[in-house]
Every structure is written in C-alpha cells, then in structure tokens.
Ligand binder design. Structure first.
Ligand SMILES: [Fe+2]
Ligand SMILES: [Fe+2]
Length: 309
C-alpha cells in the first residue's frame, strides 16, 4: 500500500462490506473450510480432460448430507442472481479498495488463511507458481506463463469480506435459463431468477450467439481479475482468466447458443489453460524466493507498477 490514508480507506470499505453482509451467518459466508476445497472438488469431477463422469459416479462422493461442497453450491446457486452480479460489478469495478505493487498483491492474496490442514494444502501462491511453472516448462509464451501466475488473484475478494460463493465455484451466465449441465442444477430452484420470466428462458435477456462479451457471468474471481487486467494482456490470456471456471461451457458445451464464432476460437485457449490449473499440482512446493525475480520481471513487463483492487 502506498499510504496510511489508503489503508484506512480500505479498512472502511471492508467494514462497510461486512455491514452489508451482516444478514448472512458465518456458515453462509464460509461454508468451506478453505477455498481450495472447491478446487479439489472440481478435480474430483474432472479427473482427466473431457466432460464430467456419469453423474451417479460423481454423486457417490458428493451426496453426503454434511458435505460442505454441497452446501457451498446450494448457497452459490441460490444467491448468484442477475441483480447480485450487477451490484457486485457496480461496487468492485470501481477498484477503490486498495492499491499496491503487483508482487505485494500476490503476497496479500497469500494472507488468505483458512481452516484447512497446513500439511496437505498448498497456499495460493504455491498453486499459482506451480500452474505457471508447468506452463513455462512446456515452452509457452511469457504472457501465458504470467496468466498462470496471476489467474486466481481475484480471490482477494474473500479478503474484502465477500462470501465464498461470490468468489469461487463454477461460473455460469445469469440473465437466462440455468443449464442442467452446471453442477447441482437442482439448487437453482431457490434462485429468484428461476421464477422470473425475464431471466428464465433459454436466451433470457440475450440473443442467439450474441457473444460472451455481452453476457453477464456469475460474480467471482474470474470476472473480477478480467476487469483488472483487460488493458494489459493479449485477448487469449483474457479469455483464460475470465472463463477458467466456466466448466459448463468449456467442458460440457452447455451455452453454445450464446457463444459467437470469435468466442469459439478463443475458447481453444481456455481449453489449453485448464489442465495446467487442475493437473499441475506437484508434491515439491516451489521455492518462492528463487522464482520471485523472474515473476516480478514478468509483472513489470506487462503491467503498470501498481495494481488497483
Ligand atoms: Fe480460479
Ligand atoms: Fe487456479
């Protein structure tokens, strides 16, 4: 952070957000012991490239009554409305919460401590470095490596008091019918948009192949980081960032009727990125101090010195 004024301002903003959220219980804000529980669950659903396994196989694991992932999706599907998305965009796309050097922002993300087991879980920075290093090892361009390194930075939303279901989870379009290819589609029955005739038809507020740029996605770390980086990275990178959690499209093709030809071309890059995100976990944690100079150089090459959150 540049100055104490900024710190105080940030504190006030976070405080205000917490007040707004006060009608939610702790269980509704953080049903998961850690955000990584969601990432691990995605990996169980997609243990290899391609569409999800048969539903029944997946459900054996997922239907336990006390399953926190199930509870997480219940809340996510209930509260991710068209109105929620517009309200979050109006608030967070002002980027008036914090301003700091890029590397500091990555370290700030890493302050996201949770209740998960420190012996078995990777911290955020380790996941990002492993993703990026796997991309680098395959000889991809440096902007692709950089994309791997920052792709989850938007999870700082949690540090601003946002509930987990407004930060992670599979993303999907709002403003039109929810696809039954989205995990736990039955929970959309509690979403008010499901009974709103403006939003509950196949196209809703959109039109045939209108292009994803005209579509509001559920709010979360993907959309937020897209807006932070959109001036600075190649379009291929921006698609990876913006749609990396849009599993119902990039794995299941559930929204082909909204994508235009350009989206289809660009989704080849989303497909290219996804295995690095899911399958790059290595038992050997990266040594941050050794990698820091290279990644600081990449950040400096593509971004201005300070990032506004
Ligand atoms: Fe992510
Ligand atoms: Fe990730």
């Amino acid at each position: 952070m540049r100055d104490t004024g900024g710190t105080i301002h940030c504190f006030l903003v976070v405080f205000k957000i917490r007040i707004k959220m006060k009608e939610l219980s702790k269980e509704e804000i953080s049903p998961l012991s850690s955000l990584e529980v969601w990432d691990d669950d995605v990996l169980k659903r997609y243990p290899e490239p391609g569409p999800a396994k048969a539903k029944d196989e997946f459900r054996v694991y997922n239907d336990a009554e006390d399953n926190p992932v199930r509870e997480f999706y219940r809340l996510n599907h209930k509260y991710q409305t068209y109105e929620n998305v517009l309200a979050k965009k109006a608030d967070f796309l002002k980027f008036d919460k914090m301003e700091m050097p890029w590397w500091s922002a990555m370290e700030y993300l890493n302050t996201l401590v949770d209740d998960s087991d420190p012996d078995t879980s990777l911290d955020q920075l380790q996941h990002l470095l492993q993703t990026a290093e796997a991309i680098r090892a395959d000889g991809h361009p440096d902007w692709f490596v950089l994309t791997g390194f920052i792709h989850d930075l938007g999870k700082v939303l949690c540090l601003f008091g946002e509930p987990q279901w407004n930060v992670v989870g599979d993303s999907f379009p709002v403003g039109c019918k929810f696809s039954d290819k989205i995990v736990y589609p039955e929970f959309f029955a509690d979403n008010p948009d499901n009974d709103d005739e403006r939003y509950n038809t196949k196209y809703g507020v959109y039109s045939h192949q209108c292009g994803l740029d005209n579509v509001h996605m559920s709010w979360g770390h993907d959309e937020y980081l897209y807006h932070i980086t959109k001036e600075y990275l190649p379009e291929e990178a921006l698609y990876m960032i913006r749609y990396h959690s849009f599993y119902s499209q990039h794995r299941e093709n559930a929204y082909d009727h909204l994508l235009n030809n350009h989206d289809r071309e660009m989704f080849k890059w989303v497909d290219k990125f996804n295995p690095y995100d899911l399958y790059s976990k290595s038992p050997k944690p990266p040594v941050v101090s050794e990698l820091k100079p290279y990644y600081e150089g990449l950040l400096a090459k593509y971004f201005p010195p300070y990032v506004k959150l």
